[in-house]
Design a protein around this ligand. Structure first.
Ligand code: SAM
Length: 280
């Protein structure tokens, strides 16, 4: 069916299961989980280093691919970007719309609904983007062929000089492995290492495909020019692991993460690998 503009006033209703069913709680993750909030803060800093926020008089657009409940979208808007978000889930888009209602009304933000597998160069009304962004696993729900095809199309959507900053979940996350081992749950460690992780999102079975930085490089050879593969969350088990640090521990971990955010070799053991790429 392709991508269509999502407008909350059109009144489409979310279902009770899957991403829709998780959306309301997901929208509160930034406040509920200091680890989720930390990963978003670190990634925003990385993005600003690759493509600085636009000067006040300049209209520059970012696409948040798989925007979920729209927390990154709101962060981009607050930093002066015009922002388009897309996602497959009505519930997630509803949450994103509620968060950025004013910017949507002013035309500084747009929401689009569609399946990643159906993206085409003229999805989003033919708009071109200075930055294409994605994080927290949206790409993990695509098989390898779709992963490559989507990157190819997203690269075509970039303006000259534009960049992609896309974070991918990896199979080997040292901090998460250690966390599960200390809790005597080796099965959970092995599950992630396998690279294909069956999960259930609010009653709906799904499979995640986790990719190492080498795997991402292999798949994207000849598709985009990779500039950097950076680590995101090296010392901190991600929120999905169930890790809830006390306040002092969270402060120490945040300091460690900020210190090592430029140590690209650590991408081999991080929760996500952030691929910074440009068109060929
Ligand atoms: C874990 S959430 C991440 C959301 C957001 N990027 C964040 O950082 O919180 C994954 C999102 O990908 C969307 N998604 C998963 N597979 C999709 C597909 N094939 N097409 C469109 N959206 C998809 C889901 O609806 C969900 O909102």
């Amino acid at each position: 069916m392709g991508y269509v503009r999502y407008r909350p006033e059109d009144g489409s209703s979310p279902t009770a299961t899957g991403w829709d069913g998780w959306a309301a709680d997901y929208a509160r993750l930034g406040e509920a989980s200091p680890v989720y909030a930390l990963s978003k803060e670190l990634l925003a800093t990385m993005v600003d280093e690759v493509v600085p926020p636009p000067a006040p008089a300049r209209e520059a657009w970012v696409l948040d691919f798989h925007c979920g409940a729209g927390d990154d979208l709101a962060r981009f808007l607050a930093r002066g970007w015009h922002a388009a978000g897309c996602d497959g889930s009505t519930g997630m888009l509803q949450a994103a719309a509620a968060r950025s209602a004013t910017d949507l009304r002013l035309g500084r933000a747009e929401l689009w609904q569609g399946a990643a597998e159906e993206i085409q160069a003229d999805s989003f009304g033919g708009r071109r983007f200075d930055l294409v962004f994605s994080t927290t696993g949206g790409f993990a729900y695509l098989d390898d062929d779709a992963f490559v095809a989507v990157h190819r199309v997203l690269a075509e959507m970039l303006t000259p000089g534009g960049a992609m900053v896309i974070a991918h979940l990896t199979p080997f996350c040292a901090a998460e492995s250690l966390y599960h081992l200390l809790r005597l749950s080796p099965r959970l460690v092995a599950k992630r290492w396998a690279g294909r992780v069956p999960i259930e999102v609010r009653g709906q079975p799904m499979e995640m495909r986790l990719r190492s930085s080498n795997e991402v490089r292999r798949l994207l050879a000849g598709v985009v020019r990779i500039e950097r593969m950076a680590p995101l969350l090296v010392w901190t088990p991600p929120f999905q692991s169930g890790f809830r640090p006390t306040a002092p521990v969270a402060v120490v971990l945040a300091a460690l993460e900020r210190m090592t955010v430029h140590a690209d070799r650590l991408a081999a053991i991080a929760d996500q690998v952030v691929c910074v790429a440009r068109p060929l």
